[in-house]
Design a protein around this ligand. Structure first.
Ligand code: DGT
Ligand code: CA
Ligand code: CA
Ligand code: ZN
Length: 572
């Protein structure tokens, strides 16, 4: 998605939140949220649409007023109404939105009754018992809020990888316009594809550092210049993310890239190996005594200590060096290995697009198959499918499959796992589907024992194939529910089930540690986007990034298989 689209989505959502905190008209608030959703799923650049003079009111949920705001935003980068509200409402109040258990409505009640404006005041009030006494806040909610406050503080100012990427794309494009730039690369946790990124570490090889650094600090999204030096400059961009830009001489580039890619623990391990061989390895190169023996290429560093190249995603000193020594590094999965998406919502429930549109978009991505997995009936807010509507959908899919070439639509459902581990639809209809994704969407607070038993019981159903977003966590917002992932994996292995790696940038569920556990136990995973619109089918790459951090190879994944192979695997 173009950066401007993402910014506009964020601006509209922010507007909606601010209006809700103010207690304004719910219809207006919903209109902004709907517009944000429309743009998120657009799959094309609004900027281009505006420049081409297209009529934006043709888009669903975009009226005249919103079309004007979009135009203003494209032309000026601002929405006046949003700025007005931001002046009116204290900024830390908005940060409270990231706390689990707090939506704009509750924030408003807290602000009006207790004057709570930031995380510290929130924590104090929760601990003093003041919040519990407010109407609509019980002890359970207060407990959730307290936990959420701790999580928000811990995550601090870290950015989800996908958000960082939006800024990186634009920044790199801008930096490349500077005169004399030869190489630019982002190192650090961003290059290692960590799920969250603390700051961006950019390396530049150039003919004239001064020109580059002057250009850098004039980047329009710079909020504050922290330092501007001879080899390093640091700025803060408007969303609050810090960027360190470093100038690197050409002959040191590989050593610097290795050094600043990290992780620190990985670097230290490599450096220690070097010391044993009488070598000094640092950001300037590889040295024997005073003699420089390498450093132009990143591979020089690994060669010097007798290792093959190690992919950045593996560099956490969590076994990759031993694996490299033993010649057992994984051959990591790539986006191009993926042949289909096995979790995707249509307009039958809370998705935006028709099945035809989804199938066409999937085909354009080069996929062989796409599973339509709408919600089941318990999720009434999403218009979850009952047996009758699911059968109607199956019929439509049969018809579409006859008409469509080069892509197969798989019949499926994201069925709710009920509290007792039974599934939200009768076995009979589940048995007619190509696959069944089972997910937990309620009763998050069971004990670990009960939650684990619930999932295992669900997997006992012979139609169950894939466990969706297996731990339920939302990065920086909601901890995983208590569940014994190892037992779930062992249970899946016994029963011939699979676990999902949900590619939504705020889920990335399973995490890297659990992915490695899945591989060790021998449970294959499905990397799925959980798309609610065709624009977000492209989230697959976030899933692949995470899979790579989890040492996943092509063969560890089910949606890298051809359709006949997949169908074979799905038979339990
Ligand atoms: P972040 O920004 O918190 O998401 O994580 P990183 O890994 O990007 O960490 P950052 O930005 O502090 O530093 C970038 C890289 O520079 C880090 O991954 C490894 C390297 N580095 C930084 N400080 C040291 C150090 O004291 N020793 C070594 N060996 N490497 C360091
Ligand atoms: Ca960093
Ligand atoms: Ca840094
Ligand atoms: Zn779900």
């Amino acid at each position: 998605m173009a950066k401007l689209n993402a910014e506009l989505v964020a601006a509209f959502n922010r507007l909606a939140n601010l209006l809700e905190i103010k207690g304004e008209n719910p219809f207006k608030i919903r209109a902004y949220r709907n517009a944000a959703r429309t743009i998120e799923g657009l799959g094309r650049s609004v900027e281009e649409m505006v420049r081409a003079g297209e009529d934006l009111t043709q888009l669903p949920g975009i009226g005249k007023d919103l079309a004007q705001k979009i135009k203003d935003f494209v032309e000026t980068g601002r929405i006046e109404k949003l700025e007005e509200l931001e002046r009116e409402i204290p900024a830390p109040l908005l940060e409270l939105l990231s706390v689990e258990g707090l939506g704009p409505k509750r924030i408003r009640v807290l602000y009006e009754n207790l004057g709570i404006k930031d995380l510290d005041q929130l924590r104090d009030a929760a601990q003093s018992g003041a919040i519990e006494k407010l109407p609509g806040f019980g002890p359970k909610i207060v407990e959730t809020i307290l936990k959420g406050t701790r999580l928000a503080k811990k995550e601090g100012r870290r950015f989800k990888w996908a958000v960082a990427e939006e800024y990186v794309e634009d920044l790199l494009q801008y930096l490349n316009e500077a005169q004399g730039v030869e190489v630019i690369e982002v190192a650090g946790s961003f290059r290692r594809k960590k799920e969250t990124v603390g700051d961006l570490d950019v390396l530049v090889v150039s003919e004239d550092w001064e020109l580059v650094t002057d250009h850098f600090v004039r980047y329009p999204h710079v909020k504050e210049v922290i330092s501007k030096g001879k080899t390093r400059s640091t700025v803060i961009l408007t969303p609050g993310i810090q960027v360190d830009l470093r100038s690197v001489p050409r002959q040191c580039y590989g050593a610097a890239l290795a050094y600043f890619t990290g992780s620190k623990a990985h670097n230290i391990a490599i450096r220690t190996m070097g010391v044993k061989l009488g070598l000094k390895i640092n950001e300037y190169g590889v040295f024997r005594g005073d003699e420089r023996i390498g450093g132009e290429e990143e591979l020089d560093v690994y060669k010097a200590v007798g290792l093959p190249f190690i992919e950045p995603e593996l560099r956490e000193n969590s076994g990759e060096i031993e694996a490299a020594q033993a010649g057992r590094l994984p051959n990591l999965i790539c986006l191009g290995d993926v042949r289909g998406d096995l979790h995707c919502h249509s307009h039958y429930t809370d998705g935006k697009d028709t099945i035809w549109a989804i199938a066409t978009a999937a085909k354009a991505l080069g996929y062989e198959y796409i599973a339509i997995t709408d919600h089941s009936k318990r999720l009434t807010v999403t218009k979850g499918l009952d047996e009758k509507r699911l059968r109607e959908q199956m019929e439509e899919i049969d018809q579409l499959n006859e008409r469509l070439d080069g892509i197969t639509i798989l019949k499926s459902i994201e069925v709710d796992i009920l509290e007792d581990g039974s599934l939200d639809l009768p076995d009979e209809v589940l048995g007619e589907l190509d696959l069944v994704v089972g997910s937990i969407h309620h009763k998050f607070k069971l004990s670990e024992e009960a939650q684990t038993a619930r999932v295992l019981k669900a997997m006992d159903n012979p139609h169950f194939t894939i466990l969706g977003h297996p731990t339920g966590r939302l990065i920086g917002q909601r901890e995983p529910y208590k569940i014994n992932v190892q037992k779930v994996l062992e249970g899946a292995k016994e029963r011939g089930c699979f676990l999902e790696l949900n590619a939504q940038p705020d889920r990335l569920d399973l995490n890297d540690v659990n992915l490695r556990l899945a591989k060790e136990i021998g449970v294959k995973i499905a990397i799925s986007t959980d798309s609610h619109s065709i624009g977000t089918l492209a989230y697959m790459r976030y899933g692949v990034n995470q899979a790579r951090r989890g040492w996943i190879e092509k063969g560890d994944c089910i949606n890298t298989r051809s359709l006949p192979e997949l169908k074979q695997l799905l038979k339990r």
